[in-house]
Write a protein that binds this ligand. Structure first.
Ligand SMILES: [Zn+2]
Length: 208
């Protein structure tokens, strides 16, 4: 069982996230999925295939940390396990956002296989929780796209257990995953990533 009031708060934060992310063009054509923690065992998450700019509470359902529906006949995203694994690895995480922007998609295809996206020297790195200076480097892994979500979930789990300070990852030709203690933190992380992706792509354009 989960607390209904906490569920309603989580669902509302997801509806608001959808309006913002769809409005920015980062969740086109019913892609993407968003989640918010209700408690230590339950997560609110978008129902599969819904328009992210027009979400209502009816487009949000509850799953347990194994990704199974709780008191719902709806189907969550095929990528639900990529969310729940993060809530397991990081007990303090309160929200996870997955987006499909043009810049994340294009940039992830330009990173060589086996390499991470290295972000260094950008003032906006400080937008990520826990980052105090532009002088550090962020290493954003790029996982190959796959329809084998349990295998990808395990790969991400292993990587982030070893690199808990990194704020997100890319899936090649697909999109971004990032998370935060609150939905506001998580939305700030998406926005910071999009700015940094644009900087990286612009750098490649002027200095090929
Ligand atoms: Zn996706």
């Amino acid at each position: 069982m989960f607390d209904v009031t906490r569920y309603a708060t989580a669902a509302q934060s997801i509806v608001g996230a959808g309006q913002f992310l769809y409005g920015r063009g980062w969740s086109p054509a019913t892609s993407s999925n968003y989640s918010a923690r209700i408690d230590s065992d339950h997560v609110a998450i978008t129902v599969s295939g819904r328009h992210k700019g027009q979400l209502t509470a009816a487009d949000v359902m509850v799953v347990d940390l194994d990704g199974r529906p709780v008191q719902s006949q709806c189907k969550s995203s095929a990528e639900t396990l990529l969310h729940t694994v993060l809530y397991r690895v990081f007990p303090e995480v309160g929200a996870v956002l997955h987006t499909h922007s043009v810049k994340a998609t294009v940039l992830s295809r330009l990173i060589a296989a086996g390499q991470a996206l290295e972000l260094e020297g950008y003032e906006l790195q400080k937008a990520f929780s826990g980052v105090e200076t532009h002088e550090g480097a962020l290493s954003i892994p790029v996982f190959d796209n796959t329809q084998d979500i349990p295998a990808l979930a395990e790969d991400t789990r292993a990587w982030f257990l070893d690199h808990p300070e990194q704020p997100g990852y890319l899936i090649r030709g697909h999109g971004l995953y990032t998370w935060g203690k609150t939905m506001a933190d998580c939305l700030r992380h998406v926005e910071a990533f999009e700015f940094l992706f644009e900087c990286e792509l612009e750098t490649m354009r002027v200095r090929p």
